[in-house]
Ligand binder design. Structure first.
Ligand SMILES: [Zn+2]
Length: 116
């Protein structure tokens, strides 16, 4: 055991946010543009009605839990951010609740583990 009089301390605090974009990740401006394109294509209507409380129309702006979200058709980690060249579409417009459920349950919309 090393005897220490003081606890080890970092010279700098832990950073809460990354400083640089991930490889292939668009800038915040590019993401906002993609959102606007997606919103106008969907005319603001949620394109994945998984939620029973889905409001249908979700606004472009507003508070975080009520505005629409840009939902990836394919996992962005595997396929990247950019629009699909063949279909021209990689995102769906979604309300926060439907988006959350899609991530939880996948595209089938059913729970992976059935209730007991
Ligand atoms: Zn929805």
């Amino acid at each position: 055991m090393i005897e220490r009089r003081k606890p080890l301390k970092r010279p700098t605090p832990v950073r809460k946010r990354r400083l640089k974009l991930r490889r292939g990740e668009p800038t915040p401006e590019e993401k906002e543009n993609a959102r606007i394109i997606c919103y106008s294509r969907a005319k603001g209507m949620c394109q994945m009605p998984f939620s029973h409380t889905c409001p249908g129309y979700v606004p472009l702006n507003g508070d975080e839990w009520h505005r629409g979200q840009l939902a990836h058709l394919k996992a962005k980690r595997r396929f990247g951010w950019h629009e699909d060249e063949s279909t021209g579409q990689r995102h769906l417009w979604s309300c926060p609740e439907s988006h959350r459920l899609q991530h939880q349950f996948g595209w089938s919309g059913v729970k992976p583990c059935p209730k007991k």
